[in-house]
Design a protein around this ligand. Structure first.
Ligand code: F0G
Length: 346
């Protein structure tokens, strides 16, 4: 069997214990898709790192394989997380794989339907909180102090370890680090993880982090009490990795900027209809940011020539948003000429 999972690929660079078992669904090694169309618009060579191709459809699997392997190695029986949806789906799948119990706390009515279906079918206990993600995270932090249950949010250091492999893959595939990385920012774990991965490889690309305008605490500099955005995955008002993310972005000579819901949805639709890549709305924030803000640099620094936009999750996670945005289905009689009209009329 070829070594496909990312622990097998990168174990020497992860801080797992030698005896930890590998709990894997063969995550990682996701496509790096060139996009001439987008490159023209941005004015640099842009590649899309399509993390929707991970086993549960998001980048969370990179962190989850490592966090759940370590949890299993320590002998815990159960894992828990707060989530806007993707962490819940990933946690539930890896718990099932490891034979552990899983519990996920999600903001009620605020996560995409595909993510909910995943968490439920993998057998996690799904709790819908009458509160937002920040409330849920506060509660699971307390619960994991009180009970023998492993917290697998990105406050868990092994999540960051796993997610830094995204940076390793970029360097492996491009032969060098890109000049810049565009990435959506919610709880700020992933931007922190990419930076760690790049730094471990001696690279320092410019980090462009993008938050939704209604949930942009890292842009405004203060927590947002009631975050709001159509990009439900990044509807977060008080990121757990706030300081580390800001320090990474500043050191990289990059910035965190906001994109409006309209810009996010435009980029989401553009990626699907002109580039052929279907990501979820939060993921499109990376491309929305490049289109809205360009490639700003600190004065005197060269303009980035190679840029990677991380598309963090699959569009199928959130069919409701896609159907709301796309044109209607054409209903048709069972008849050749009716079909002809339906297919060819303007
Ligand atoms: N994109 C997607 C699709 C996400 O699901 C998330 C976070 C992010 C971007 C932001 O990543 O939090 O590391 O800055 N989702 C978490 C969850 C919060 O619960 O699934 P981050």
């Amino acid at each position: 069997m070829p070594e496909r999972g990312l622990i097998e690929r990168y174990r020497d660079r992860l801080n797992l214990e030698p005896d930890d078992p590998i709990v894997s669904l063969q995550e990682g090694t996701t496509p790096l898709i060139p996009s001439p169309h987008l490159s023209n618009r941005v004015g640099a060579e842009v590649f899309l790192k399509f993390e929707g191709a991970n086993p549960t459809g998001s980048f969370k699997d990179r962190g989850m394989t490592v966090a759940v392997s370590r949890a299993k190695g320590r002998g815990v029986q159960a894992v828990i997380c707060a989530s806007t949806g993707n962490t819940a789906a990933s946690c539930a799948a890896y718990a099932a794989r490891a034979g552990l119990r899983g519990a996920v706390i999600v903001p009620e009515g605020k996560i995409a339907i595909g993510k909910l279906a995943q968490a439920l079918i993998h057998g996690a206990r799904v709790v819908a909180l009458k509160g937002n993600f920040d409330d849920a995270l506060r509660i699971v932090r307390e619960l994991s102090q009180k009970h023998p249950i492993e917290l697998v949010n990105s406050v868990n250091p092994y999540r960051i370890e796993g997610q830094k492999t995204g940076a390793f893959e970029l360097i492996d595939e491009l032969g060098k680090a890109p000049d810049a990385l565009a990435i959506p920012v919610g709880n700020a774990g992933n931007v922190t993880a990419y930076w760690r991965g790049f730094q471990e490889m001696g690279a320092s690309p410019i980090l462009y982090g993008f938050q939704a305008a209604g949930a942009a605490p890292l842009v405004t500099g203060k927590p947002v009490e009631k975050p709001e955005t159509i990009a439900s995955a990044i509807r977060i008002g008080n990121p757990a990795r706030w300081e580390e993310a800001m320090s990474a972005v500043t050191t990289s000579r990059g910035r965190i900027a906001a994109v409006t819901d309209a810009q996010i949805i435009d980029a989401y639709h553009y990626l699907a209809s002109c580039v052929g890549v279907f990501c979820e709305p939060a993921s499109a924030a990376s491309v929305a940011g490049l289109l809205a803000h360009g490639l700003p640099t600190v004065e005197g620094d060269p303009k980035p020539e190679t840029v990677v936009a991380v598309l963090t999750g699959h569009g199928l996670k959130d069919p409701d948003t896609a159907l709301g945005k796309a044109p209607a289905v054409i209903s048709c009689e069972n008849d050749l000429s009716a079909v002809e009209r339906a297919v060819f009329s303007d």
